[in-house]
Design a protein around this ligand. Structure first.
Ligand SMILES: Cc1cc2nc3c(=O)[nH]c(=O)nc-3n(C[C@H](O)[C@H](O)[C@H](O)COP(=O)(O)OP(=O)(O)OC[C@H]3O[C@@H](n4cnc5c(N)ncnc54)[C@H](O)[C@@H]3O)c2cc1C
Length: 444
């Protein structure tokens, strides 16, 4: 029989202790890394083969960085971790009684992964606040695949505008709507505006990219509300300077193929024609949170995140940890530092329990927040220190280089930033066009 997590001691006997980790994001990957050399057998399962640095996805969408610059193959990251194996699969169920994780492989086969300890770090998905039908016209940006879809839509819109003879229809292709004034919405709207005004200058014949319209809608009173009034205002002014229209107190009530309906603070609804809407508002926890809550009686919050115990374990199941974006621990925000630190805490707790020690409570050390508003201009809030402009951007650059996983990713990112932020080029602009069936045969 395998040693129980609580009473085992750190001897060879625990070498077969099986740890299953769901998700190779910040939470899961850092849990795996901090179990290096622990006497455990780790299986890390993810539906993709890579770890992705989500904070830079918007730069893939706007042609600054390649997918390889913001991601790293998970098995390469863990190749020197002899106690860890990586498996591709979609986790569809978790049996807390039998202690098994049900996985569907890419070829459709099902498998069950038995565990002694389990770390669930499956993150969040986009929330449309009860309007999932918006997703078809306003996709979000959580994965590398999402960022590539956005790149296709953004660069495709410019191509379509060049083909359009009707000025109104062309205007709709050249209007970009971004929903949500958090860091992602701010960063992507700023980058679309700069793409048009700098990188695409002089490339089109039917229109001048300077005339592109980028509208950012935020339901609350200010954008980047968590940064505080002064930085919110600075971000707004910076965006407006580069041509982004910022509308606060504006709630998007409808999205379709031709635009959005927006209700303003006075309650009036206005229609905005646009062929490209990007959703950067709202998150909902992975459906696995509900699976765990139903099986354990743990509470879910409004975003479907699981309320965890003081050591990040699941209510009534000290062998199961829920970390990262899908956990609710004292209402901490869904940011990478929380995910990374809670993943490390779960790993440390597994080690402690195997060593017969009592678990310790999770303590979060806040490092601050930052957002790159435009080229060489970022806002930063760290423990009362508030920076903006070029100084903020230098700090942003330093932190992002340090945080990227793997030397190759850092190098690729630096090349992309040098070309885009010192020069005006966007090197990652390739899109795939779909010609109607038979078009090439008929028109050789
Ligand atoms: C566009 C964007 C910008 C952001 N900007 C910032 C920022 O500037 N600063 C900041 O601190 N934070 C930022 N964040 C938040 C930060 O990226 C997250 O807090 C962090 O990634 C959460 O880590 P996680 O491990 O909980 O989840 P994730 O990183 O989302 O990883 C979850 C993993 O689980 C896998 N998975 C999900 N479901 C399953 C399943 N059923 N089966 C198998 N695998 C599954 C996924 O493929 C993924 O690899 C941003 C997020 C986004 C989306």
């Amino acid at each position: 029989m395998r040693p129980a997590v609580h009473d085992a001691v750190l001897t060879d006997k625990v070498a077969g202790h099986r740890v299953v980790i769901v998700g190779a994001g910040f939470g899961g990957l850092f849990a795996a890394r901090f179990l290096k050399r622990a006497p455990v057998e780790i299986t890390l399962v993810d539906r993709t083969n890579h770890h992705v640095f989500q904070p830079l996805l918007y730069q893939v969408a706007t042609g600054i960085l390649s997918p390889g610059a913001v991601s790293a193959p998970t098995r390469e990251v863990l190749r020197k971790h002899a106690n860890a194996k990586v498996e591709l699969g979609d986790v569809v169920d978790i049996d807390l009684v039998e202690k098994k994780v049900a996985v569907v492989r890419p070829d459709g086969r099902r498998a069950a992964l038995p565990y002694d300890s389990l770390v669930v770090a499956a993150g969040v998905t986009q929330s449309y606040f009860g309007h999932d039908e918006f997703a078809e016209w306003a996709p979000g940006m959580k994965t590398l695949a999402d960022a590539l879809v956005q790149r296709q839509r953004i660069f495709g819109a410019f191509e379509m505008a060049e083909l359009e003879e009707d000025p109104d229809a062309r205007r709709a292709w050249l209007t970009f709507v971004v929903v949500g004034g958090g860091p992602t919405g701010v960063e992507i709207s700023g980058q679309i505006a700069e793409l048009a005004r700098r990188a695409l200058k002089g490339e089109f014949r039917r229109f001048d990219p300077v005339d592109v319209r980028v509208v950012l809608f935020e339901g609350g009173k200010e954008i980047l509300a968590s940064f505080g009034n002064r930085l919110s205002e600075t971000a707004r002014t910076t965006l407006e300077k580069i041509g982004v229209e910022v509308q606060t107190g504006a709630i998007v009530t409808h999205v379709d193929a031709d635009g959005v309906d927006v209700k303003d603070a006075a309650g009036a609804t206005k229609r905005y024609r646009s062929k490209t809407t990007i959703w950067a508002a709202g998150v909902a926890a992975s459906p696995l949170a509900k699976v765990l809550a139903n099986a354990s009686g743990a509470e879910l919050d409004r975003a479907g995140r699981i309320k965890v115990e003081s050591d990040c374990s699941l209510h009534g199941h000290p062998e199961v940890y829920v970390v990262g974006d899908m956990m609710n621990f004292d209402n901490l925000p869904g940011v990478s530092e929380v995910a990374l630190q809670s993943g490390i805490h779960a790993a440390k707790t597994i080690r402690r329990r195997l060593a017969g020690k009592e678990p310790e409570a999770f303590k979060y050390y806040e490092l601050g927040s930052m957002a790159a508003v435009s080229r060489r201009n970022a806002i930063v809030s760290i423990h009362g220190l508030r920076l903006s402009g070029f100084l903020g951007w230098m700090l942003w650059l330093f932190v992002h280089i340090a945080s990227l996983t793997g030397f190759k990713s850092r190098f690729k990112a630096l090349v992309g930033w040098t070309l885009s932020f010192l020069g005006a080029t966007r090197t990652e602009r390739a899109i795939v066009t779909k010609l109607p069936k038979g078009a090439i045969d008929e028109h050789p």
